[in-house]
Design a protein around this ligand. Structure first.
Ligand SMILES: [Zn+2]
Ligand SMILES: [Zn+2]
Length: 356
């Protein structure tokens, strides 16, 4: 199995993308390099990804034993390490050297786009502590007792769908007005048949390219990403981070995506029917004029932790900082809050009682 590591051009130390400098940095000698400099030095590595046949097939002797997991040899310390089925970038567990598994990024698995990390590991950690600080019901001993796993930077696989739709809706819209004359109240209801037609151009509509439900939940809540900052993919961005390879193909996702886009299209048509008291969609026609799917890797900071034998997950969009967090709730603190609420209600009622 092909294992790559991006080494410092000066000293051979491991290189990691530094979101603050927007460069690839070596923590050993302090050098940093631009994407162009790395491309000049490592350029051929990325070219190889386009020619699937030139890379060794992924099958190894260990296939039976580990399912689709594969063995690779760390180029830094020579240790043999197992990579999970969907791992595309990782670290050597023995020497912590960053490793990119190029086989899993080759051919049709070569991503078109990558959004690089914009939030550094240090800032991600700080944000996690700030997030915990704001939670009133967190147990007092939480941060000292929980077993916090290191914050992990993970590139997650997404489909970005460009779809040009043509269609429209037939709708029933109403305008109502009421007025009084003497003892009578009148209501007038005008019913309109409304039609809206037009093309809708969806650009980079995101859909997770992973089947795993657990990950999806966190991934859903850290959306959206700003695709203005997406760049053509090069493997060097993965160096020093974890990366997952997609396991959800276009054929398997097409139905869900069609439904989601259709839902958005209906909403867009409906919102264009203005100035009525109510609008009901009776029917919609929608056809696809043109559609292309791009494969992209998106940055997410993840922290998992154990507290009193339960697992929790905290995720942060590595570009925008949007967070999703599960935190334990202290029953004792909730109790105090409920008690305070009861007292407030009680006082208010006494006050009202006295007024009568
Ligand atoms: Zn160096
Ligand atoms: Zn190693």
């Amino acid at each position: 199995m092909e294992a790559l590591s991006y080494k410092c051009i000066n000293c051979g130390g491991p290189l990691q993308y530094d979101p603050k400098k927007l460069k690839f940095a070596c923590e050993y000698c302090g050098s940093d390099f631009t994407e162009d400099e790395l491309a000049k030095h490592f350029g051929k590595l990325d070219e190889k990804l386009n020619e699937e046949s030139k890379l060794e097939p992924e099958k190894t002797e260990s296939d039976d034993e580990f399912g689709e997991a594969a063995l690779y040899v760390c180029q830094s310390c020579g240790a043999e390490v197992i990579a999970e089925t969907n791992t595309a970038a990782t670290f050597c567990v023995y020497c912590h050297n960053p490793i990119v598994l190029s086989n899993r990024l080759a051919g049709s698995f070569k991503p078109n786009l990558v959004i690089p990390f914009k939030i550094s590991e240090k800032d991600a950690k700080q944000k996690f502590y700030d997030f915990c600080g704001k939670k009133k019901f967190l147990p007092n001993d939480f941060l000292s007792d929980a077993q916090l796993d290191m914050m992990k930077g993970v590139y997650y696989p997404y489909w970005l769908i460009n779809s040009l739709k043509d269609g429209g809706v037939h709708a029933t819209a109403e305008r109502r007005r009421t007025w009084r004359e003497g003892d009578y109240e009148y209501e007038e209801k005008k019913i309109y048949k409304v039609t809206r037609y037009g093309t809708i151009d969806f650009k980079h509509f995101p859909h997770s390219a992973l089947k795993t439900a657990d990950d999806k939940k966190a991934l859903k809540y850290v959306n959206p990403f700003d695709d203005d900052e997406a760049r053509p993919f090069t493997m060097s961005y993965l160096s020093g981070f974890l990366a997952e390879k997609r396991d959800l193909e276009r054929n398997d996702a097409q139905h869900d995506v069609d439904q989601e886009l259709s839902k958005y299209a209906e909403k867009i048509y409906k919102e264009s029917i203005k100035d009525y008291d109510s609008v009901t969609i009776d029917s919609m026609d929608l056809k696809t004029l043109n559609e292309s799917w791009e494969y992209a890797l998106m940055p997410v900071w993840l922290m998992t932790f154990k507290y009193k034998d339960k697992d929790y997950m905290y995720a942060m969009n590595g570009q925008t900082g949007k967070t999703y967090g599960e935190l334990p709730v202290s029953a004792a603190k909730l109790g105090i809050f409920a008690a305070v609420m009861l007292v407030v209600v009680f006082i208010a009622m006494l006050f009202l009682g006295g007024a009568f």
